[in-house]
Design a protein around this ligand. Structure first.
Ligand code: ZN
Length: 129
């Protein structure tokens, strides 16, 4: 099991972490298997989506904000309920297949770390087997 940190710069942000996972995959020398990516946080998530147009992650964040507004008479006293809800909507993990030592992703797919309560320094755990 490996891990790395992600420094986020905004309250909500999607950061492409595919290349950082590819480095760990190379180091592992595993040619065929699965790669699990897990975010050990309750106000952050991981998702797979388009890497070509940077407006796609921005649109995702914009629409999530409409569905789950930052302020909405939430009960949670910490004041970050919207971040908790968005994190659960997108989920804490993704699994990607490995073939010929490469992640099996579509041409336009990347793995994104999703921050919903930043800026912070976050952790990403990767298990390659
Ligand atoms: Zn909280």
């Amino acid at each position: 099991m490996k891990q790395f940190t992600v420094r986020t710069n905004a309250r909500s942000e999607m950061i492409d972490i595919t290349d950082r996972i590819r480095i760990l995959l190379k180091e592992s020398r595993i040619k065929s298997g699965v790669c699990h990516v897990f975010v050990p946080h309750t106000t952050a998530a991981v998702t797979i989506n388009e890497n070509a147009d940077p407006d796609v992650p921005l649109d995702i964040l914009m629409e999530l904000e409409k569905i789950v507004p930052f302020s909405d008479h939430y009960r949670h006293v910490e004041g970050n309920s919207a971040a908790h809800i968005k994190a659960s909507m997108l989920g804490a993990s993704e699994t990607v297949f490995i073939e010929n030592g490469e992640l099996v992703l579509g041409t336009w797919q990347s793995i994104f770390f999703c921050e919903f309560d930043g800026p912070r320094t976050r952790k990403v755990i990767v298990l390659i087997q």
